[in-house]
Write a protein that binds this ligand. Structure first.
Ligand code: ATP
Ligand code: MG
Length: 405
């Protein structure tokens, strides 16, 4: 089954935004799975550390209450000395530090006072994290002689692992953003090259037949029998039009020259030209405020192209019958605005963002390039702005162009 062109371009845009959602959803799922898995790991590691500390306390208790037991010394070595990751402080019953392990700051302290200060600070952190473990000290006959407490906190590995998903998300996010920017930049650069290349080539290709046509017109004009015939006048007009098209393409393909120009005159001339080619059911009106003398820096042939494209779209939106109103206004800070309003079918709010994208068209025979070209001419070549100022369904649309005067 044949698919109409407008359907394929619409599909392209729908798929593109669908693709963005798929990427977003997949990234969120990956992030959630990663956070969930890391949480499980953190839980397991915490349980292991708690078990190790409890073993540590039992071992300490055992050895504190035993006469020297050389056979068991290796267990002491294995459990107490091999703990190289969990910070631990052993205190007496009133909380005075007796011994510490894996607290590099305390080991580095030069004076006892300094060391005590570090240990007191550490004790506060440890107390906030875990209940201390109680070690009961007994004399040889089994009677209780005192108590000790074992304070501990999570190992650095556990602490780092807790922050790992955040760091991971941050890195993935930054990477994604950079990739997105590079992708957009390279896409814009590629589009630029295509526009400039195609425009230059078109202007170049048109050049030869137009020069030849011009020579033919001159030749015919020099013939007395032909000179005053209407056909020569019409031919001259067409050659002029072809020349203008070539000039548009060659301007798009290079850095166009901008000149301070009377906007009303250019718009009026374009409208006069268009009127002859459009249905008489389309009424045009132009108004200027404060007067017709407003000027802006423009490239005439490109600016005419903009007005032509906007008016053609307006005529299409009105189904060939309605009013096109053009207002030229002086705006603040050396700006001139041109509002082009029609009484057409309007643009749905959800589509306003898309109409300037290449390939977006709702017309059977549309290429969706008109507004892309218009935006490019206004924003890149004239450093101005173009946007939809207002659009109401079945009432009409107003496009606003803002230029530097
Ligand atoms: N004045 C308007 N009123 C309503 N819809 C509009 C108007 N101007 C543009 N549009 C919408 O924006 C779409 C894109 O316009 P654009 O000029 O870029 O492409 P096109 O007119 O469809 O094709 P072409 O490449 O031939 O210009 C149109 O298909 C139409 O749906
Ligand atoms: Mg168009």
């Amino acid at each position: 089954m044949a698919i109409s062109k407008s359907n394929t371009s619409l599909e392209l845009y729908r798929n593109r935004s669908k693709f963005k959602w798929v990427v977003l959803v997949v990234s969120i799922v990956i992030s959630l799975v990663s956070i969930y898995y890391t949480n499980i790991l953190v839980g397991q590691l915490r349980a292991r550390e708690e078990k190790l500390i409890s073993l540590y306390a039992n071992t300490l208790e055992h050895f504190a209450n035993q006469e020297s037991d050389t056979d068991m010394n290796f267990i002491f070595e294995e459990i107490i000395v091999s703990n190289k990751s969990i910070p631990v402080i052993v205190t007496d019953e009133i909380g005075k530090p007796l011994d510490s392990r894996n607290i590099p700051k305390a080991d580095r302290a030069e004076t006892k006072k300094e060391r005590d200060k570090v240990l007191r600070e550490e004790l506060e952190i440890m107390e906030a994290q875990h209940e201390p473990l109680l070690v009961t000290l007994r004399s040889g006959d089994g009677s209780i002689t005192g108590y000790q407490f074992i304070y501990y906190r999570n190992s650095d590995l556990l602490a780092q692992l807790k922050y790992y998903p955040v760091v991971q998300l941050l890195i993935v996010g930054i990477f994604g953003m950079i990739a997105f920017l590079i992708f957009n930049y390279s896409k814009a650069a590629e589009q630029n090259r295509v526009w400039v290349g195609m425009a230059k080539e078109t202007a170049h290709q048109l050049g030869t037949p137009i020069s030849s046509l011009m020579a033919w017109v001159e030749y015919l004009k020099s013939d007395e029998k032909m000179a005053d015939q209407e056909i020569i006048v019409e031919l001259e007009k067409d050659v002029e039009r072809l020349n203008m098209i070539t000039s548009r393409f060659s301007n798009i393909g290079s850095e166009p020259l901008l000149e301070s120009t009377n906007i009303f005159e250019v718009v009026n001339e374009t409208i006069t030209y268009l009127k002859k080619r459009l249905s008489t059911k389309v009424k045009f009106s132009i108004s200027c405020f404060p007067g017709k003398e407003l000027e802006a820096n423009i490239n005439i042939s490109l600016f005419e192209w903009v007005i032509e494209n906007l008016c053609k779209n307006a005529v299409d939106a009105m189904g060939g019958e309605g009013e096109i109103n053009i207002k030229i206004l002086k705006a603040n800070e050396g700006h001139v605005v041109i509002d082009i309003s029609d009484t057409g079918k309007g643009i749905p709010k959800s589509m306003i963002q898309k109409i300037f994208q290449p390939g977006y068209s709702t017309k059977k025979r549309g290429w969706g390039l008109g507004l892309t070209l218009v935006k490019r001419i206004i924003e890149i070549y004239h450093k101005g702005k173009i946007y939809v100022k207002q659009s109401d369904i079945n009432k009409g649309t107003t496009f606003r162009i803002s230029l530097k005067s």
